[in-house]
Design a protein around this ligand. Structure first.
Ligand SMILES: NC(=O)c1ccc[n+]([C@@H]2O[C@H](COP(=O)([O-])OP(=O)(O)OC[C@H]3O[C@@H](n4cnc5c(N)ncnc54)[C@H](OP(=O)(O)O)[C@@H]3O)[C@@H](O)[C@H]2O)c1
Length: 415
């Protein structure tokens, strides 16, 4: 493909992220396009509803609801895909690359599910497929990880990858709010979706962990393979207990590779107040990678939002412009085994709400079966224990028995 001075771009989606991207490129917000000799311009924007009122000034003739107007426009060399959902965006990305157009996306759902095919399609059509904004919003993790992998083996990734759940847990910890009130407030402020399932039950985080771990470990690991447990059951009682015990609850993604087996989990984890990640609050994200040469590296910043995410998307565009269409090489050809959560262990906190003596005895019997009590207390109708160190799989089995007796409970591993 030949470099053209006036690079023409097709934008798919003009919502939160698309609007930010449009402003940086066509309104020349920020340094690069205001001062650069290189010109790049969005010439077509695909939306659902061309008559909808928009928060930015955009010439109406730029808007279309027909993807073919972008696909068949020979002058458009780059497609920026920021619509969301799986289809039709996945098919649009493939079609654009097959037509020789570079593709940039922020869509974690599509990348985590189809990274392998998307990268192969880019390779066979000699175009770039870049997805910096799909993980960590404004945090520059994908290109940094790719760069670090040229020299290092990375066998461990940890992080707080979801701003909504981090906002909820921060407010519960520092403002004394309960879960439902915090979630409603997050929804009012636009941090949480009307349907919060993807955030609070771990689907959003596991997609991001799947993207990072696939790149680092060299095999496509679908997010279905990742153990995930949400934060819906945490109560004010638990948060107060953590404060007394000197811990902070965080929603952590963690993956590691040992020999040819990977272990991955997305779950609430207790950190000591000294841990760097326990001090990451509100909507901020942190991602820690561990390289055999560089050691531990931490990336911190805004995990979502219009400007932060658009900054990452346009960063990918500059990568294409400045490297004159060179590709990122990511190999996903290793044959790895899934070790589930058996690679994680630690002491556990468990709280169970027991209504009467029978439930109290039942919980005690279950705990005694595993003989793991380290500390146990009873407060009101709540029983809480801290266990000896135990394997994550074994503890989940124990907690499953309490859950199946219909006894409300919450538990978290101490990191
Ligand atoms: N928001 C963030 O902070 C953030 C952060 C990181 C990554 N992301 C990712 O970025 C992507 C976009 O997110 P967003 O928050 O910007 O979404 P959004 O605000 O819901 O905007 C989606 C846009 O895509 C258009 N669209 C949706 N389906 C379409 C279809 N079938 N045909 C044509 N146009 C369609 C919509 O058109 P109308 O305007 O006409 O409705 C809208 O302009 C998602 O993949 C998301 O996961 C978002």
């Amino acid at each position: 493909m030949k470099w053209v001075k006036d690079l023409k771009i097709g934008l798919l989606g003009l919502g939160t992220v698309g609007t930010g991207v449009y402003e940086i490129i066509n309104h020349q917000k920020g340094n690069y396009f205001a001062s650069s000799k290189e010109r790049a311009i969005i010439t077509k924007v695909l939306v659902n509803d061309i008559n909808k009122s928009r928060s930015i000034n955009i010439p109406p003739d730029l808007l279309t609801n027909d993807f073919n107007e972008i696909l068949n426009d020979e002058d458009i060399q780059v497609v920026i895909a920021v619509m969301g959902g799986m289809e039709p965006e996945y098919s649009y990305m493939l079609a654009a690359m097959e037509k020789g157009k570079h593709v940039i996306t922020a869509n974690k759902a599509v990348v985590s599910e189809h990274m392998d095919i998307l990268l192969k399609t880019a390779q066979s059509n000699n175009v770039s497929f870049l997805f910096e904004a799909s993980v960590g919003g404004g945090v520059p993790i994908i290109n940094s990880l790719n760069q670090t992998l040229r020299i290092n083996e990375i066998n461990e990734i940890k992080g707080i990858l979801n701003g909504t759940t981090n906002f909820i847990l921060s407010k519960m910890t520092y403002e004394g709010w309960d879960f439902d009130f915090t979630l409603k407030t997050a929804q009012k402020l636009g941090f949480a979706e009307a349907d919060p399932t993807a955030d609070v039950d771990g689907f959003d985080v596991s997609r991001k962990l799947s993207i990072l771990s696939s790149m680092a470990f060299g095999a496509h690991i679908n997010d279905d393979m990742i153990y995930k447990r949400g934060i819906r059951d945490v109560t004010r009682f638990d948060i107060d207990m953590f404060k007394n015990l000197g811990y902070v609850l965080k929603y952590l993604a963690h993956s590691k590779l040992e020999n040819d087996t990977y272990y991955m989990t997305v779950e609430p984890i207790l950190l000591t107040t000294k841990d760097l990640m326990s001090n990451v609050n509100e909507e901020f994200n942190i991602i820690s990678i561990n390289g055999n040469i560089i050691g531990e590296l931490n990336f911190y910043g805004k995990g979502a939002g219009k400007d932060a995410t658009a900054n990452s998307v346009v960063g990918d565009l500059l990568y294409i412009i400045n490297s004159e269409f060179k590709k990122i090489e990511i190999q996903l050809d290793k044959n790895l085994k899934n070790g589930g959560i058996s690679g994680f262990k630690g002491n556990y906190y468990l709280r169970a709400d027991v209504k009467d003596h029978d439930e109290f005895s039942l919980v005690l019997d279950i705990i005694d079966e595993y003989s793991i009590k380290k500390k146990m207390e009873f407060s009101g109708k709540k029983l809480y224990i801290i266990t000896e160190e135990m394997n994550a799989e074994t503890f989940n089995e124990l907690a499953g028995k309490i859950k199946s007796a219909n006894i409300n409970n919450f538990y978290a591993r101490i990191h």
